[in-house]
Design a protein around this ligand. Structure first.
Ligand code: DAH
Length: 343
């Protein structure tokens, strides 16, 4: 009996070795363990075996049956897994010759304009700086000449945090850090997201973007400010842009101005974008107040500076002809996709 068992085991091992398809395992199972299988046949011999050997032979055959079953199962599982892996791999094959119709995303129009403006200023020797969105009260107000209890603080409806810090109400909040970081001559721009507790309407947002610039050197004048702004505008709008200054008020500049540009869409003749006035209000600016320079560790007797606070949302709206600031934060793809900033 042992010989028969051994030869069946040998046969099974050879067969399993040669099998390369999972389905063939099932065929082997039938051949060995099925109704008229080789092992099933052996069980029939039991009745011919001596009574005292019956139990032992029965056990031997049972353990042969279990062993074969396990061997076949193991091979079948292995082959099935292998077949599955092959299927997955072939499904993952990428046909690089297939044309793509993938919908790729695009930059937000405000990001596009920001990058374009940054490029122009960088080409004129400016560094691009970053600022945090949570600021100290000192940086946001005191350092830019808006002391505690000064009514000028009311100009900006501030989100105060429990720890006494603020959500940056304007990019001017980074001025002090930048003045301290660099020695004059300084040419820096710093774009950033700002927050104010505004009632939202078509021209007011509680979350908006500015791009601030400072120039500090010996004998800086309003002429320098106009020069840099005109250079930037002519590159962005791809034509010479006329600007004008009107008096304004900001605690951190003295004198302060509002800069307007001759409407680039109608060249000043009057259109819906400039509301028929021929001019578009662009940004506040001015000569940096001596106290602001002093707070930044710069001697106002030696150096002077100018600054501007360009509204990035405003600039985007002018460039793309968007008339409601709320659209910019809406995430409305239908709307945003319409604006290819081809300036
Ligand atoms: N920080 C001002 C605001 O958000 C804008 C501003 C005005 C910035 C004059 C300047 C400036 O740099 O010179 O209201």
């Amino acid at each position: 009996m042992q010989d028969k068992i051994d030869s069946i085991l040998k046969y099974a091992l050879e067969k399993l070795d040669a099998i390369s398809l999972a389905d063939d395992c099932q065929k082997l199972r039938v051949e060995l363990l099925g109704k008229s299988g080789k092992v099933t046949e052996l069980f029939r011999y039991i009745k011919e075996v001596d009574a005292d050997q019956k139990q032992k032979v029965g056990q031997m055959l049972n353990s042969l049956k279990t062993k074969l079953d396990e061997m076949i199962n193991a091979k079948e599982t292995f082959l099935r897994q292998e077949e599955l892996n092959k299927q997955i791999l072939s499904a993952k094959k990428i046909d690089i010759t297939l044309p793509t119709n993938a919908k790729t995303g695009s930059l937000h129009p405000r990001t596009i304009i920001q990058k374009q403006i940054e490029d122009v200023f960088v080409s004129m020797g400016f560094v691009v700086e970053d600022g945090s969105e949570i600021e100290t009260e000192y940086n946001n107000f005191t350092a830019v000449n808006v002391p505690e209890n000064h009514p000028a603080r009311d100009m900006q409806d501030t989100f105060w945090l429990d720890n006494g810090q603020v959500l940056k109400t304007h990019t001017s909040a980074s001025q002090n850090r930048i003045l301290k970081k660099y020695n004059p001559p300084i040419r820096a721009i710093f774009p950033g997201r700002c927050f104010r507790n505004e009632n939202i309407d078509a021209s007011h947002e509680n979350t908006f973007f500015q791009l601030e610039g400072v120039i500090v050197d010996k004998d800086v004048s309003v002429g320098n400010l106009i020069y840099f702004m005109k250079e930037m505008l002519s590159k962005i709008f791809k034509k010479e842009i006329e600007v004008r200054l009107r008096p304004g008020f900001f605690p951190f500049t003295e004198p302060s101005f509002e800069m307007d540009i001759r409407c680039p869409f109608c060249d000043g003749k009057g259109c819906s974008i400039c509301k028929n006035s021929g001019w578009i209000e662009l940004c506040p600016c001015g000569i940096i107040h001596p106290q602001v320079l002093r707070n930044g560790g710069i001697d106002p007797e030696k150096y002077s500076g100018c600054a501007f606070g360009l509204g990035l949302d405003r600039m985007t709206m002018i460039s793309a002809g968007i008339d409601d600031i709320r659209e910019l934060n809406s995430g409305n793809l239908k709307l945003l996709k319409q604006f290819k900033l081809d300036l």
